[in-house]
Each structure stands twice: as structure tokens, then as C-alpha cells.
Design a protein around this ligand. Structure first.
Ligand SMILES: Nc1nc2c(ncn2[C@@H]2O[C@H](COP(=O)(O)OP(=O)(O)O)[C@@H](O)[C@H]2O)c(=O)[nH]1
Ligand SMILES: [Mg+2]
Length: 320
């Protein structure tokens, strides 16, 4: 799958640019308005590998279910989950495979995007190194500033060289103060001065899920913060490996998941396995490294569109 974003002065123009470059088969994944610049952005995808079947073949129930089964196999979705998704998809009286798969995803997972307004519980992004936590904090803080929502940013990533500087580069641009918590005690003190009118986002050091000491250090920071630990994972990966990673972070309290690098991911079996095994609610997705692109909320239909991009355009036309 090739993903690209197009920015223009109007939504129609941005759509036109996407169609011009990616062709009529391009699937619109997300549309956003940037109030700061008055521009519109369209993120669209095009399947570069041969799709499993042509959308027009989905003119009856069997074809739709077959398409879903093929997609689940392509994504490497584990058998028990695939069976659950297929069972629910089979009960939906729609020809559109996207809506059928979405019904299955809705049944199998909880979806709960991060709120963008205070008051809400502080959020700490946790996960393995390189998952996209720091960029994620920058995205969340940027969204708050754009919406004129007061926001506090704290980092606990003090051991890694450049950890503080990386996030500071963003807070400086946004004109907000970066608070640094050297240890759980300092974090507890900092949390006492957070007010309920502000959103609070806390960056954490990358944690090796198989290292008990690192997990225990992370747990101490989480407990001191009173924040909700939200797991950030790169969406691709081996399903069984991802399950173990999900389990490890569940053990320190994560109950929500943000998936990153969807622009570099073709197979979602690993992400779904992690969410299912560790009972993590699906919150948001990142489809670009650029801070301005932000996080996108995810719901069953948008996830189904990511998983079956070759059917997404037809689905939109049929249910516009
Ligand atoms: N292509 C792509 N790269 C991303 C995405 N999110 C983060 N990255 C990149 O992944 C790398 C690690 O991100 P960072 O936020 O530093 O990860 P952290 O170690 O979890 O804090 C950086 O080079 C980011 O630009 C994404 O959605 N797509
Ligand atoms: Mg980081």
C-alpha cells in the first residue's frame, strides 16, 4: 500500500490532487482541516500489490465473505480472531465487505480515541524504543495548541542522550514549557501542580518489554503520575511477538493502544493480535512521521478501510 497526503486550499482541490497522482482507485483514508493555515489535507492510499479480488466481484454475500477471508489471511490474523471476525461478518446483511468486516471488528475490539479537551486524565505514552511516543506527544500537544486548549508536557526520558532535546524542539516551537521529571518522586510533585483545565501529556523512556527492571522502572513512573499509560506500538510485526509485547505493557497498566507507521505497514495481524490478547482498546493511529499530520482517531469502519483498501472507495460511494 502506498500512502500519501495532499494539501490544498479546498477539500475538493486536495481530493483532485490525490486522484491526479494516485488515480481513481485511490482510497481516501482521512481528511483534515487545518484551522491554523486554513488548508485541507487528504490522506489517500493506493494498493501497489495485486489486490485479492476486484470490488465488482462483491455482488453477493459469498463474494463479500470470501474477500474478507482473503484479507484476514493476507494480514496474518490469528485463527481464533479470524473465526470471530468471520462469524460476525456472516451475520451482517450487507453486500459491502467493509461494513461486514467493520461489524466483526466492532464486536471483537473496543474503540476509544484519546480526548482532545480537558478535563481528562493525564496521558503517559509508553512502549518500546522507536515506537513513536515522542513524536506522538508532539502531535498531541500540537493538536491541543491548535484547539487553544491549555496543555502541559512532561518528559521522563532523561537517561537517553538527546531524549529531552528531541521533545524540547517541539515544545519550543509550540511556545510551551517542557517539564522534566528525573525520577518518580519528581514526577509525583509535578503532577500536584497540574490543573484540571489543562491536558497533560507525559513522554516516557523506551522500554524493553522483556526486561523486568525496565518494566519496573516504568511502572514506578506510571504510579507516581496517576496518568493513564497508553501503549504506542508500530503497527507491523509478527502476531505472536506482538501479543507478548502487548501483554508486557498490559502488566504495567496499559489499556489503550495507539498504532503508528500505518504508512509503512501492510499487514495488521500483529497489531490486532496485541490488542486482542492484552485487551487493549484501539485509540488512534499515526500514518505519517510529520507532527503536523497528527494522530487520527480510529473506529471499526476506518480500521476495516485500512485493512481492505481496495474495497474502501466502493464502500464510500455506496454509503456516502
Ligand atoms: N513513517 C512513519 N514514521 C514514524 C511514525 N511515527 C513515528 N515515526 C518515526 O519513528 C521514529 C521514532 O519516533 P519517536 O517518536 O522518536 O519514537 P520513541 O522512541 O517511541 O519516542 C522517528 O524517526 C519518527 O519520525 C509514523 O506514523 N510513520
Ligand atoms: Mg522518545
Amino acid at each position: 500500500m502506498r500512502l500519501k497526503s495532499f494539501t490544498a486550499a479546498t477539500m475538493t482541490e486536495a481530493m483532485h490532487l490525490a486522484r491526479q497522482e494516485l488515480g481513481d482507485d485511490a482510497v481516501v483514508i482521512a481528511t483534515t482541516e487545518d484551522p491554523a493555515t486554513g488548508t485541507f489535507r487528504v490522506s489517500a492510499a493506493i494498493e501497489t500489490a495485486a489486490p485479492p479480488a476486484h470490488p465488482s466481484s462483491c455482488n453477493n454475500e459469498n463474494a463479500a465473505l470470501q474477500a474478507i477471508a482473503q484479507a484476514l489471511a493476507y494480514h496474518g490474523v490469528p485463527e481464533n480472531l479470524a473465526t470471530e471476525l468471520m462469524t460476525v461478518a456472516g451475520t451482517v446483511e450487507k453486500e459491502d465487505p467493509i461494513l461486514r468486516l467493520a461489524a466483526g471488528l466492532d464486536h471483537a475490539f473496543h474503540f476509544l480515541p484519546l480526548p482532545d479537551r480537558a478535563p481528562s486524565q493525564p496521558v503517559m505514552l509508553i512502549g518500546p524504543p522507536g515506537a513513536g511516543k515522542t513524536i506522538g506527544i508532539a502531535k498531541l500537544a500540537t493538536r491541543a495548541v491548535m484547539k487553544k486548549q491549555a496543555v502541559n508536557v512532561i518528559t521522563t526520558d532523561i537517561k537517553r542522550a538527546g531524549g529531552v532535546e528531541q521533545i524540547e524542539a517541539f515544545t519550543q516551537i509550540l511556545g510551551i514549557t517542557l517539564h522534566i521529571a528525573q525520577d518518580p518522586g519528581a514526577l509525583r510533585d509535578l503532577m500536584k501542580i497540574q490543573d484540571s483545565d489543562s491536558l497533560t501529556y507525559i513522554d516516557s523512556a523506551g522500554t524493553n518489554p522483556y526486561d523486568a527492571q525496565e518494566l519496573s522502572s516504568l511502572r514506578a513512573f506510571i504510579e507516581a503520575s496517576g496518568a493513564e499509560p497508553v501503549l504506542v506500538l508500530s503497527a507491523g510485526g509478527d502476531p505472536r511477538e506482538m501479543e507478548e509485547v502487548g501483554d508486557a505493557f498490559r502488566s504495567v497498566g496499559a489499556s489503550r493502544l495507539i498504532l503508528t507507521r500505518l504508512d509503512m505497514t501492510r499487514r495488521f495481524g500483529g497489531a490486532l493480535s496485541a490488542a486482542q490478547r492484552a485487551n487493549l482498546k484501539l485509540a488512534n493511529v499515526s500514518i505519517a512521521p510529520k507532527v503536523a499530520e497528527g494522530f487520527h482517531p480510529i473506529n471499526p469502519v476506518s480500521l476495516a478501510r485500512f485493512m481492505m483498501p481496495e474495497y474502501a472507495a466502493a464502500s464510500r460511494k455506496g454509503h456516502a
